[in-house]
Design a protein around this ligand. Structure first.
Ligand code: CTP
Length: 471
C-alpha cells in the first residue's frame, strides 16, 4: 500500500492544526517539500514562508501547489485589509516549524533580528516553535552556532538535532537535516505540550529545584566533579514557572542556559548546596533535587595549588546527604513539602525502591545512565518513577522537558491532595506566574539569560529581507 493510503487509514495526528513552515536558504530546502507533503497528509493546514535565499533553491510554486496556499516571501506584503501578512499568519497559527534552519537564520533569531519574515513571524507569535537546522558540519560545530542554538532552546524552542551523513560540501559529518518523520513527530510533541504548559496548577506554590553537578575542591584550581549538564533540573524549573510556581533554582556546575524568572542561587560544592537548600526549604511547597551531588569530597583540600613534583594521595570523606537531611527537617511539619529525588544508576534499577525509602522522598526519578538516550548531556531521558510505597512506573524515552511536565503533574497532584497554604493562594497566582518573565538573573561563567515568549507580544514592523547566506 502507498504511504498516502496508510496515512489516510491511520489517525491524522495534525488534523485541524494550522502550521507555519518557514524555509530558509539551504540546499536542504528541497527536503522541506517532502516535509510539507507529510504535514499535509497528517491533516495540517500549512502556510509556507520562505526567505529570499530559500527561493533560489526551490521555487515557491512547488510549495504553493502542495500546501494549497500562496507562499509568503515578501516581508512587505500586506493583506487586502492592510494588515501585515506574515504577522497575521503567525498569530493565526498553532505552531511554527523552521526547516531547514540555516546558521544565518538561527543567528538572526537568537538575537531577535526581524530582518526576514520567518524571524518576524517567530517574534510575533506566542506559539511553539520547532527548529530543524541543516548546514555544513564545521558550521554546525562552531561555537557561534552552538551558542545560538542554546539561545533558541532557552526561548523554549524545540531543536531537532541534525543527522550525521554526507553533506552538500562533499564532507561527511553532523549537519544533515533530520529525516522528515522525525521532524513531524517533534511538531506533534511540541503541540501536545502547551496543554501541560497552560495549566496553572502550581500557581502560588514555591518550588525549589537543584540542578547541575557539584565541584568538590582538591585545591584552589582543581575539583572533583561529574558529567551533569544541569539540563533536567533546568527544564523542571522552567516547566514549574510556566505552571505558575515561584521557583528557586540552586545551581552547581551547569552547561546549558538558565531560565529567566527563577531566583538563581549559585552553589558550587555539596556543602554550599546543602546550605542553599536548607535556607530555601522553610515555606517551600516542593523540593526537587535533580542535582548530581558528589558523594565524597577531599577531606583536606589544599589552600594553595598542588604542584606536579609530589603526586597527591587524596583522602576522601562522605558528603552530607542533602535530601535525607531535608526530609528529616520537614518530617513533623503539618504541611510537609513534596520531596523529589533523582537516582542515576548504572546497569539496573534494583536499588531504587530502597533508596526512595532511605531518602524519605515522595517520588524518586530513577534512570539507568548507561541506556542509549538517557543520562548526561543528552536531551532525552528514559526514567522510572518510584513512589514512596515502592510502586514503579516506567516511562517511555521522552525529551527532558516532557519528563519535567509529567513529573510536575505528579507533584501538583500530591500538593492538591495535601491542600494547605498554596491552595488558598491560587487566586492571586496567575499574576505571580506572569511576573515570572521578569528580572533576568545570571551567575558568573554560566550561559546567558533568555527572553521568554510574552503572553501578548507586540507585532513587529516589516523590513526588507536580510541578505542570507546559503548553506
Ligand atoms: N543527593 C543528596 N546529597 C548527596 C547525594 C545525593 O541530596 N550527598 C540527592 C541527589 O540530588 C538525588 C538523590 O539524592 O536526588 C539520589 O542521589 P544518588 O547519588 O543516586 O544517591 P546516593 O545517596 O548518593 O546513593 P548511591 O551513591 O548509593 O547510589
Amino acid at each position: 500500500m502507498s504511504q498516502e493510503g496508510e496515512g489516510a487509514r491511520a489517525a491524522r495526528r495534525l488534523e485541524g492544526r494550522r502550521l507555519l513552515l518557514g524555509v530558509s536558504g539551504s540546499i536542504a530546502a528541497y527536503k522541506a517539500v517532502e516535509l510539507l507533503r507529510r504535514l499535509v497528509a497528517e491533516g495540517a493546514q500549512v502556510q509556507v514562508l520562505m526567505t529570499h535565499a530559500a527561493t533560489a533553491f526551490v521555487g515557491p510554486l512547488t510549495f504553493e501547489t502542495l500546501s494549497g496556499h500562496p507562499v509568503l516571501h515578501d516581508p512587505l506584503e500586506l493583506l487586502p485589509d492592510q494588515r501585515i501578512a506574515h504577522v497575521v499568519a503567525a498569530r493565526e497559527s498553532d505552531a511554527i516549524l523552521v526547516a531547514p534552519a540555516t546558521a544565518h537564520w538561527m543567528a538572526a533569531m537568537a538575537h531577535g533580528l526581524a530582518g526576514d519574515l520567518i524571524t518576524a513571524a517567530c517574534l510575533a507569535a506566542a506559539v511553539p516553535v520547532v527548529v530543524a537546522p541543516a548546514m555544513d558540519a564545521g558550521m554546525y560545530a562552531h561555537p557561534a552556532t552552538r551558542a545560538n542554538l542554546d539561545r533558541l532552546r532557552a526561548f523554549g524552542y524545540t531543536v531537532v538535532e541534525p543527522a550525521t551523513g554526507p553533506l552538500a560540501s562533499g564532507l561527511v559529518g553532523e549537519g544533515r537535516l533530520a529525516e522528515p518523520p522525525i521532524i513531524v513527530s517533534a511538531v506533534i510533541a511540541a503541540l501536545a505540550r502547551p496543554a501541560a504548559r497552560s495549566r496553572r496548577d502550581l500557581a502560588g506554590r514555591h518550588v525549589v529545584v537543584t540542578a547541575g553537578g557539584t565541584a568538590e575542591p582538591i585545591d584552589p584550581v582543581r575539583f572533583i566533579g561529574n558529567r551533569s549538564s544541569g539540563r533536567m533540573g533546568i527544564e523542571i524549573a522552567r516547566a514549574a514557572m510556566e505552571r505558575g510556581a515561584r521557583v528557586t533554582l540552586i545551581v552547581g556546575q551547569v552547561s546549558v542556559p538558565l531560565p529567566v524568572g527563577a531566583s538563581i542561587v549559585a552553589a558550587s560544592s555539596s556543602a554550599e548546596m546543602q546550605r542553599a537548600v536548607l535556607d530555601a526549604l522553610p515555606g517551600a511547597d516542593a523540593l526537587v533535587m535533580a542535582a548530581a551531588v558528589a558523594d565524597f569530597r577531599p577531606r583536606h583540600p589544599a589552600s594553595t595549588k598542588l604542584t606536579r613534583d609530589v603526586a597527591p594521595v587524596l583522602e576522601l570523606e562522605p558528603t552530607e546527604d542533602i535530601l535525607a537531611e531535608a526530609a528529616r527537617r520537614v518530617q513533623d511539619q503539618a504541611l510537609r513539602p513534596v520531596l523529589v529525588g533523582f537516582a542515576a544508576e548504572t546497569g539496573s534499577l534494583d536499588r531504587v525502591a530502597e533508596k526512595a525509602r532511605r531518602k524519605g522522598v515522595d517520588l524518586l526519578v530513577a534512570n539507568d545512565v548507561l541506556e542509549p538516550g538517557s543520562g548526561f548531556g543528552v536531551e532525552t531521558n528514559r526514567v522510572t518513577l518510584v513512589a514512596s510505597d515502592g510502586t514503579r512506573e516506567p516511562w517511555p524515552l521522552l525529551p527532558k522537558r516532557d519528563v519535567a511536565d509529567r513529573l510536575l503533574d505528579r507533584v501538583a497532584t500530591l500538593l492538591q491532595s495535601r491542600g494547605g497554604r498554596a491552595g488558598a493562594a491560587a487566586a492571586g497566582a496567575a499574576a505571580a506566574g506572569a511576573a515570572a518573565g521578569g528580572a533576568a538573573a545570571a551567575i558568573a561563567g554560566t550561559a546567558l539569560e533568555a527572553p521568554v515568549h510574552g503572553p501578548d507580544p507586540q507585532p513587529v514592523a516589516p523590513s526588507r529581507t536580510a541578505e542570507e547566506v546559503s548553506e
